[in-house]
Design a protein around this ligand. Structure first.
Ligand SMILES: Cc1cc2nc3c(=O)[nH]c(=O)nc-3n(C[C@H](O)[C@H](O)[C@H](O)COP(=O)(O)OP(=O)(O)OC[C@H]3O[C@@H](n4cnc5c(N)ncnc54)[C@H](O)[C@@H]3O)c2cc1C
Length: 446
């Protein structure tokens, strides 16, 4: 059996940041990812840009997340942080997903993290005592092989926390009573758009768009075409949309990533998940006709590619020894053991409708994440990272985005280091020691 100090399950940005951090601290580390590429939804579902690294007052996301952006910039794969042209958040950080794939692999290789991609973790073996469960072994498999692995600590960076759930942590689904989840969205890479025509049109029809009046449109980010979307029914689209949302791909002035629609369904239900993806793909032809016929700047537009995987916003929530509630976000609540600061607002996409519910975080739009939000209930050697951290349905719609996912990944890597070196269960990690490591790693936490 292969034995590691730390095994990270899930190679999204959170998982990669966790694995790189653990390895930098000298732990023998393995990362396991279901797909062949790293980056999770940022590379497999074309989710872009990262938002947001800044509160209304300061840069709150630093550490390895900032390092990632600098590496992307060095390869011309990102312009870095730019003022949000839509005015939704202080800054956005666009990137080319192809560069993201390369940079994430480079970081793992440099830190000598062992990588197994194309494998899924299916089962775990645990030792149970009265109060806790210790995960002893995980089995990963593909069509041909099954490999048993063991580790002192496992980091669950699976997005939906499926590793912790398999191992016995309690969980809820979507909104805990109705089990309603946020919808899924397929993102398209569309080429041959006319950026000049689009920006001229926005300037002459400001009421038809949301945008920051000070933007110079040197980077194209668009939310609007509200009037045109009223006519979308004419095109037999299999969805309703009140607006279009798209972002330019860095260094490709005529290419954008564009959100299609919100498809309802629970991704845990394989028929519903498959149907959402299938419906989204079947809707593309009519959507492209709608774009070419109705949307200024898209008359010659071509579909370059649809994302390989429909983007899943929400499914299960692992119960942590502390779970982030809305009050933690809204009431300027100071948590006991802060490890990160988020700033993205509550951004709730309502299933089966075109409604978007946004709750702005009071000035300076900052909230703290507690160390205990990264520790699943009942498990003595598992940590949560990224989208999998413990949050209720509403709070989750704020804390799920990618910059904070990188930071909680890094924090989980540091917590794994302390748990491993002090030989203590994860809920006995000393916050005082963690605080010193957060400072060493340049993480903003208070
Ligand atoms: C449609 C959509 C739009 C979004 N828009 C934005 C946006 O504009 N800006 C922004 O910053 N964020 C946005 N987000 C949210 C954000 O991108 C993600 O929540 C964030 O990137 C999560 O990162 P992660 O690493 O925690 O999880 P993920 O990216 O979900 O990665 C988890 C990884 O774990 C792997 N995995 C899961 N289970 C297993 C298993 N059992 N074994 C092996 N591997 C496994 C998966 O294959 C995946 O690669 C959006 C999300 C969606 C879906």
């Amino acid at each position: 059996m292969l034995k590691y100090d730390v095994i990270v399950i899930g190679g999204g940005v959170a998982g990669v940041c966790a694995a790189v951090t653990a390895s930098r601290r000298g732990l023998k580390t393995l990362i396991v990812e279901k797909h062949m590429n790293m980056g999770g939804v940022l590379t497999s579902s074309f989710v872009m840009p990262m938002m947001t690294f800044h509160s209304q007052k300061r840069q709150v996301i630093k550490g390895i997340a900032q390092e990632l952006v600098e590496r992307l910039m060095e390869k011309n794969g990102s312009p870095g942080h730019i003022k949000d042209p839509i005015g939704f958040v202080p800054t956005i950080t666009p990137f080319n997903p192809e560069t993201m794939k390369t940079v994430l692999f480079e970081m793992l290789c440099e830190e000598k993290v062992d990588v197994i991609s194309g494998h899924i973790c299916t089962t775990t073996v645990s030792r149970k005592s009265i109060q806790t469960i210790h995960v002893q072994q995980a089995t990963i498999s593909n069509e041909y092989t099954s490999i048993d692995l063991c580790a002192d600590i496992f980091i669950d960076a699976t997005g939906d926390g499926n590793f912790s759930i398999k191992s016995g942590a309690p969980y809820t689904i979507g909104e805990s009573l109705s089990q309603e989840t946020q919808p899924m969205t397929l993102i398209l890479r569309v080429g041959k758009i006319n950026a000049r025509e689009i920006t001229d049109y926005i300037r002459s029809n400001p009421g038809n768009f949301l945008f920051d009046e000070k933007t110079d449109f040197s980077y194209l980010a668009v939310s609007g075409y509200f009037q045109e979307c009223l006519r979308c029914e004419k095109y037999n689209l299999n969805f309703k949309r009140d607006r279009l949302l798209f972002f330019q791909i860095p260094n490709f002035s005529d290419q954008v990533m564009i959100n299609t629609n919100r498809y309802p369904g629970l991704s845990l239900n394989k028929f519903e998940h498959s149907k959402a993806h299938m419906d989204a793909v079947l809707g593309i032809e009519n959507f492209m006709t709608f774009l070419r016929s109705e949307i200024r700047g898209f008359s010659d537009a071509v579909l370059l590619e649809s994302a390989p995987v429909i983007g899943v916003r929400e499914s299960t929530h692992v119960c942590g020894i502390s779970t982030i509630q809305m009050s933690q976000l809204m009431g300027d609540v100071k948590v006991d053991e802060p490890v990160a600061i988020g700033s993205y607002p509550v951004d709730m996409h309502v299933s089966g409708s075109d409604e978007l519910r946004v709750v702005t975080i009071p000035y300076p739009s900052e909230y703290q994440i507690d160390m205990k939000n990264l520790i699943p209930k009942n498990l003595s050697n598992v940590l949560l990272a990224g989208r999998a951290i413990s949050a209720d349905h509403l709070a989750f719609s704020a804390v799920r985005t990618s910059p904070l996912a990188c930071v909680t990944g890094q924090v989980a890597g540091l917590m794994a280091f302390l748990s491993s070196t002090d030989k203590c269960p994860v809920n006995f990690i000393k916050y005082k020691k963690l605080k010193l490591l957060l400072q060493e790693d340049g993480i903003v936490y208070e």
